[in-house]
Design a protein. Structure first.
Length: 305
């Protein structure tokens, strides 16, 4: 995942911005936009499932009025807003609106995108017309150009090329589950299989295909990496244990530095061949180890059966 972390403060840490936030009764606003076919609707529904009050395809000119109405309610504290290229006057005054939002509320902007060939395949499979009409390939190119300004303003840019809708929903949910926390950073551990594509959502990627593969052990093949029998098989190997010692040492060095730098999110991808045995087992071991740090720890097993 190519993404930008603008180093926002945690919503529960006192700052002038957070005083304004409490005054309005809102804790967080997440704006979701991006290329048509990249999964915006799925991401917005994931926010809704996580407890956000969500509205889709809201015109830019109505955002301030919409938030003013919700602020008076007092019960709605987290809001998801879907902004679509179909919105009337999409680019009109968008920079000013976003700048004012970030001055007043704790605001995050997610921009979803995918590779051209993936977008073309998705449109072919769904047989839906592109919102800009005409030739889909040309429409995608035009849309990228029109949305470039919003992309530059994004706090997180997520490439969904390797995600199924279920995986995208799970990933967004892992980042934005509504929970009250004073932790400095969200840390996502993501297991995956290289045969299904390298995730673009990871800041760090580690390849564990050198570890003994339970897939070749008949009684373990039908299990997955969260099973104790599979974990015992993998961790009885001396090289696995040495790898974990070195990896834990690396993370002991990196995580405090990322927190000090103000990084809001860190995603660590652990990959094996199919994403079913070795990488989930390593991720589960790391889950237990990393509980010592002041982070919101999330685990996503992208390809585990």
């Amino acid at each position: 995942m190519r993404r930008n972390d603008r180093s926002h403060s945690d919503p529960l840490i006192t700052s002038p911005k957070q005083h304004a936030l409490r005054h309005h009764g809102l804790q967080r606003i997440v704006i979701i936009s991006g290329l048509s076919g990249s999964g915006k609707t799925v991401a917005l529904r994931s926010l809704e499932d996580s407890g956000f009050f969500c509205v889709d395809n809201l015109p830019i000119s109505l955002i301030d009025s919409f938030l003013s109405i919700l602020s008076c309610d007092g019960k709605i504290r987290e809001i998801g807003i879907g902004i679509d290229i179909r919105a009337k006057g999409f680019l009109s005054g968008i920079n000013d609106v976003l700048a004012n939002l970030k001055k007043t509320f704790y605001t995050e902007i997610i921009f979803l995108e995918a590779e051209n060939n993936v977008l073309l395949r998705r449109y072919k499979e769904t047989r839906r017309p592109h919102p800009l009409g005409g030739n889909v390939d040309k429409a995608i190119t035009l849309e990228k150009k029109r949305l470039s300004v919003l992309r530059e303003s994004a706090d997180r840019i997520i490439d969904t090329s390797s995600f199924t809708p279920h995986q995208l929903r799970q990933y967004v949910s892992s980042l934005y589950q509504t929970q009250k926390s004073t932790n400095a950073m969200t840390l996502v551990l993501l297991s995956f299989g290289f045969k299904y594509g390298t995730p673009r959502n990871a800041d760090l990627i580690l390849d564990v295909r050198f570890l003994p593969n339970p897939n070749f052990v008949p009684e373990l093949k039908v299990l997955n990496g969260t099973d104790k029998k599979v974990a015992r098989y993998i961790f009885k190997n001396a090289e696995t244990r040495e790898f974990m010692d070195r990896l834990e040492g690396l993370l002991n060095f990196l995580i405090p530095l990322y927190i000090r730098e103000g990084k809001s999110y860190l995603t660590i991808g652990i990959g094996c061949t199919g994403g079913n045995h070795r990488s989930p087992a390593i991720v589960e071991s790391l889950r237990n180890y990393l509980k010592r740090y002041p982070v919101d720890l999330k685990v996503v097993h992208r390809d585990m059966r």
